[in-house]
Design a protein around this ligand. Structure first.
Ligand SMILES: C[S@@+](CC[C@H](N)C(=O)[O-])C[C@H]1O[C@@H](n2cnc3c(N)ncnc32)[C@H](O)[C@@H]1O
Length: 357
């Protein structure tokens, strides 16, 4: 079809072309942000006030000529402030909280390695679109696993114990008294470690079918000083070992699984009679029309490259997708035999679901 047609709305073309170019600038600049992250440029600029390119080069062991281009890109994107009078660049403290401080609740720099990993698997994704095959979680560029930990850990550190656990009926009290906890699909164990730190009387085991993630989680638990009460084991969610857990958790992983009903059903059988299942999933409405916003857009992109291929690579190949929405998620739990199911809390990024047998 030719679009050089005189009946086309030229104003609409220009408006959309402007949007497409703006988006392309942001997309290519994400690779610059990746450099800012891996080279420690944001970190070096955090709290440093105004720096020249030469000063930043000296602080980071990088070449000034390259930095000048990078700094210009960051200024044009609104990430840095440029002072034309003295030729200095500044990362405002508020931007540093987002880009350079892993302890900040606003920190999102973990997205850059995830974007890098998505690009690294783009051709593989194209092939999967044609064949319908999945792409296993373990087949991705390892930057994915690091990025997932870095993007989710701030949510767990600032919301899990403060808001999500108290939203569940009686769970805080049980964890305080000493509970048995299983954290399924635990990845690098960020959620498991946060719970272990907050509830020293509890015993926790993180399970994941990705052996490299389990190795990283064990190392992180030892470094955090909770290795005595946290264990990590390689296991699939639908066949993890153990019984009589007071709490079984699934943090941002149910939708990545090939057989989410089987995983939730195994969790139900592993729970003590009055135990609780906690499912944390990406925030979403039930319908695409509910999800036309930047956060859902980000989740849909992750779903295209990472979540849906992961599910389609496994037995069951359910392909829930990262924006399944509350009704579909509660239906999965119903199919798994949970009679009590409710949305216990919501945030801009997450749905927090409580279920009981
Ligand atoms: C998006 S990551 C979330 C990791 C971690 N829960 C977190 O919040 O940081 C999804 C995790 O689910 C794991 N996973 C996917 N399918 C699984 C399955 N069937 N059994 C066990 N783990 C699974 C992956 O290996 C990956 O670590």
């Amino acid at each position: 079809m030719s679009t050089a047609h005189t009946t086309l709305d030229q104003e609409r073309i220009e408006e959309f072309q402007g949007l497409a170019v703006t988006e392309a600038a942001a997309a290519e600049s994400a690779a610059c942000c990746y450099l800012g992250d891996v080279l420690g440029l944001y970190e070096a600029m955090a709290g440093a006030g105004r720096l020249t390119s030469g000063e930043l080069a000296a602080r980071t062991g990088t070449h000034e000529r390259y930095l000048r281009e990078w700094l210009a890109n960051q200024v044009s994107g609104g990430y840095l402030i440029y002072d034309a009078d003295d030729g200095t660049f500044e990362l405002p403290d508020e931007h540093a909280a987002v880009l350079a401080d892993p302890d900040s609740p606003a920190y999102v720099a973990g997205i850059f390695p995830i974007i890098a990993a998505a690009w690294a698997s783009a051709d593989r994704a194209a092939e999967a679109f044609r064949t319908g095959d999945g792409v296993g979680w373990h087949e991705h560029d390892p930057r994915l696993f690091e990025g997932v930990e870095r993007i989710f850990a701030p949510l767990y550190r600032h919301q899990l114990v403060q808001d999500w656990i108290p939203a569940l009926d009686g769970v805080h009290e049980r964890l305080t008294a000493g509970a048995r906890v299983a954290d399924l699909g635990c990845g690098h164990g960020a959620s498991t470690i946060v719970l272990a730190q907050a509830y020293p009387a509890s015993r926790l085991t993180g399970f994941d079918f990705h052996a490299e993630s389990i190795a990283a989680a064990s190392k992180a638990a030892a470094e955090a000083g909770v290795g005595d009460r946290v264990g990590f084991e390689v296991a699939a969610a639908d066949s993890f070992p153990g019984e009589d857990y007071d709490l079984v958790c699934l943090f941002d992983c149910l939708h990545d699984m090939g057989a989410p009903v089987a995983a939730a059903a195994r969790a139900r059988r592993a729970l003590a009679d009055d135990g609780t299942l906690l499912v944390v999933e990406p925030q979403a409405g039930d319908d695409l029309t509910d999800n036309i916003n930047p956060i859902s857009r980000l989740f849909y992109a992750g779903s295209v490259f990472l979540c849906t291929p992961s599910s389609l690579a496994q037995d069951g190949a359910t392909g829930l997708g990262a924006q399944a929405g509350p009704s579909r998620l509660l239906e999965v739990l119903s199919d798994a035999g949970f009679t009590h199911r409710r949305i216990a809390a919501e945030t801009p990024f997450n749905l927090v679901i409580e279920a009981r047998p």
